[in-house]
Ligand binder design. Structure first.
Ligand code: PEP
Length: 259
């Protein structure tokens, strides 16, 4: 049975002081949660504060991006080693906002992924189609291209260390969530691609999160789908009450999933 993951992507929100206060309260509120892993991804500047506030708790801290080089002339970038030093143990890679704002290609994402793995970080790799791609019936073609490019050259062992996030671009920050059935269909397809490339065991082990306007009132429906192993939450992770409510999605749903 795959252990669910609820991850909060704070994007460009929260100062160091806000991060310390939020994480200190969050760790208390979720101290008894054992049905899922909980990840928080603050901006780079607040990583250390988050890691310090989370020390000894059941929270994991993640970066929001990583460069593939260990150091060098890459203004504004950050390396895997730097993320680790700041206290991150995971990193989001290939978020659609980075693909859009920074022209990230599948090849760049593949290099970032390999650098993260080499450093010992858990990559959370995002894939997903735009509205135009969905409406023209190209969702699977896009997912397949992102999968083949993003995961090129990985061994099954390396693949076993990643998490994937299916994030339809049209659902991010729009309030428009994919229905659980739509999300599950794409998750099933991604697992099938994983099976073909890395084998049955790795495909079954892979945790695929759904991302795109996840809120307290839609998390249960999503988590009822056996193909959905958790959520990558943007806007709703910025508010303590809503993030806690998402983490504590109805225990009956959780109980049905954790073996
Ligand atoms: C995200 O940033 O990955 C995301 C899914 O955002 P939101 O939940 O706000 O749609």
């Amino acid at each position: 049975m795959r252990r669910p993951v609820i991850a909060g992507n704070w994007k460009m929100h929260k100062t160091i002081a806000e991060t310390s206060a939020f994480v200190a309260r969050l760790r208390e509120r979720v101290a008894n949660v054992n049905h899922c892993d909980i990840v928080v991804a603050p901006p780079f500047t607040a990583l250390r504060a988050a890691a310090e506030a989370a020390r000894g708790s059941n929270l994991r801290i993640a970066g929001q991006d990583v460069h593939w080089e260990p150091n060098g002339a890459h203004t504004g970038d950050i390396s895997a080693g730097m993320l680790m030093e700041a206290g991150a143990t995971a990193v989001i890679i290939g978020h659609s906002e980075r693909r859009r704002d920074h022209g990230e290609t599948d090849e760049m994402i593949n290099r970032k992924l390999k650098a993260a793995l080499a450093a010992g970080l858990t990559p959370i790799v995002c894939v997903g189609e735009t509205l135009e791609e969905r409406e023209s019936g190209r969702t699977q073609e896009v997912l397949s291209r992102q999968f083949e490019g993003g995961f090129a050259g990985l061994t099954p062992w390396e693949f076993s260390r990643i998490m994937m996030a299916y994030e339809p671009v049209w659902a991010i920050g729009t309030g428009r969530t994919a229905t659980p059935e739509m999300a599950a269909e794409s998750h099933t397809y991604l697992r099938e691609l994983s099976r073909r490339r890395f084998g049955e065991a790795e495909a079954e082990r892979l945790r695929i999160l759904y991302g795109g306007s996840v809120k307290p009132d839609n998390i249960a429906g999503l988590m009822r789908e056996v193909q959905i192993d958790g959520a990558l939450v943007g806007g709703a992770s910025l508010d303590l009450e809503s993030f806690v409510a998402i983490v504590q999605y109805p225990p009956l749903v959780a109980a049905g999933r954790v073996g």
